[in-house]
Write a protein of this length. Structure first.
Lengths: 298, 154
């Protein structure tokens, strides 16, 4: 009889002293070595044999990867090893990046978030990764270390498909940077799953809006949709609609309609595609109206 | 497969073991150390039955490698009792019948124990939020939440 709870397959655990050595090891073993942070997605993939690396290269002890720093000029830099609970508990994150906190709290249970990392959630590149949408509306970027040097990439150029990101062999995301949100910004993360917390999203919407005198409406909006396409969708057309015309309440319904048209959901065990489309409409409309109310009440 | 030697403290006792790369903390606790209070539920980080404290923080021990626990401090449900006496939290679970089949109980106790360490007087909604990662299929949760509340009130 097959064991319904298979043990982890065989692999070698690799722990190197520096990020240079870790990057070189990953480069020298393409397709065989997997970077290892919290492991909360990796272990699930190992157990059902979707992933079969020969080597797990632990990155958690590497210098600098544990830092979480906020600078009012540069914004927030989150080291790859920073756990979701560290992020949620950080005052500057709560104050300046509340949508990210809301989203991070949706990931698993408390004990899982003591291992799970923002960087892992992002590099795992699941379309339903809770923290991806908020990180994108905050216009985050990934900071990459590789055998040939360092580079930064905006998140919108990072995701290529489900589980696929724009990294080459040997590259390691060592941190994520979120610039300071625009003055007066308000936002929200609305997620619908089968239960209130901890389950994967069936669909989720991230909205960030802020006053901007250079736009016709006096505001700009950023809207991201999760779990409804191969990668997180930024709804450009709705963003333009809301910034290039004076705001009328009916525009939020129009924007929600555009969001529904922009997504490409699939049927899976959590939901039908059709239900996801309707959710996108409802969640987008609800989020935009609530964010608009918050902007008015400031 | 290469073996790694690790030294750690579990429930206040020092241990040294040789472990393979793919041995999880959960299997090390249950099989190498015969501490079977910690349960193996889902092996996917969802049910919380395998929750232990790793350096004071609750983690799903099915999602941690034993090899990472070199120099770590681990506490399992067996570590809650002192000199054979049940801890206050355990007494509350017993008094309020917060245990039915008991499979989730060790994980519930460890998660709740750590919650009370960082928040000695949690509200029912804080208790619920802290226990999101611990599934129970028998009790309907009410007794468990009451038990944590009772333990915090004394």
């Amino acid at each position: 009889m097959n064991n319904p709870l298979p043990r982890l397959p065989e692999f070698e655990y690799i722990r190197l002293e520096t990020i240079e050595k870790a990057a070189q090891f990953l480069k020298d073993h393409p397709g065989e070595a997997a970077p290892y942070l919290g492991g909360t997605d990796l272990f699930v993939g190992l157990r059902d044999r979707r992933k079969q690396p020969k080597y797990l290269v632990d990155l958690k002890h590497l210098e600098g990867l544990n830092s979480l720093t906020f600078d009012p000029a540069k914004g927030l830099t989150i080291g790859a090893r920073v756990t979701l609970n560290q992020l949620i508990d950080h005052r500057d994150v709560q104050k300046n990046y509340p949508i990210l906190c809301q989203a991070a709290k949706q990931v698993g249970g408390y004990q899982l978030r003591n291992r799970a990392t923002l960087c892992g959630n992002i590099c795992n590149a699941s379309p339903c990764g809770d923290t991806i949408g908020p990180s994108m509306v905050y216009q985050g970027s990934v900071n990459i270390f590789g055998p040939d040097g360092t580079r930064s990439l905006p998140l919108e150029d990072f995701f290529l498909g489900p589980g696929k990101v724009a990294l080459v062999d040997g590259e390691i995301v060592h941190s994520i940077t979120l610039p300071l949100p625009p003055e007066g910004s308000q936002g929200m993360y609305l997620c619908h799953g089968r239960n209130k917390l901890s389950d994967l999203a069936i669909a989720a919407v991230s909205v960030l809006a802020y006053p901007d005198l250079t736009s016709a409406s006096g505001f700009r909006f950023r809207i991201a949709l999760s779990a409804v396409a191969p990668t997180v969708v930024i709804v450009e057309e709705a963003q333009v609609l809301l910034s290039e015309n004076p705001i009328e309440p009916s525009h939020f319904e129009k924007a929600a309609h555009i969001a529904r048209q922009s997504c490409k959901p699939i049927d899976d065990i959590r939901s039908s595609a059709e239900y996801r489309r309707e959710l996108v409409y409802t969640l987008t409309s609800r989020a935009l109206n609530q964010v608009w109310d918050s902007l008015q009440s400031v | 497969m290469k073996m790694h030697t690790i030294n750690f403290t579990i429930n206040g006792r020092k241990e040294s073991l040789k472990v393979s790369s793919n041995l999880t903390l959960l299997h090390m606790i249950r099989e190498n150390l015969a501490l079977t209070g910690t349960k193996n539920g889902c092996e996917a980080g969802e049910c919380g039955a395998c929750t232990v404290l790793l350096n004071g923080e609750p983690v799903n021990s099915c999602m941690v490698l034993a090899v990472e626990c070199d120099r770590a401090e681990i506490m399992t449900v067996e570590g809650l009792t002192e000199n054979g006496e049940l801890a206050r939290l355990q007494e509350s679970f017993k008094n309020l019948n917060a245990v039915q089949c008991g499979f989730c109980t060790p994980g519930m106790l460890i998660t709740a124990y750590e919650l009370l360490q960082r928040n000695p007087h949690p509200t029912p909604s804080e208790i619920k939020e802290a226990l999101v990662g611990n599934l129970c299929r028998c009790t309907g949760y009410e007794r468990i939440i009451q038990a944590v509340e009772q333990a915090s009130g004394e």
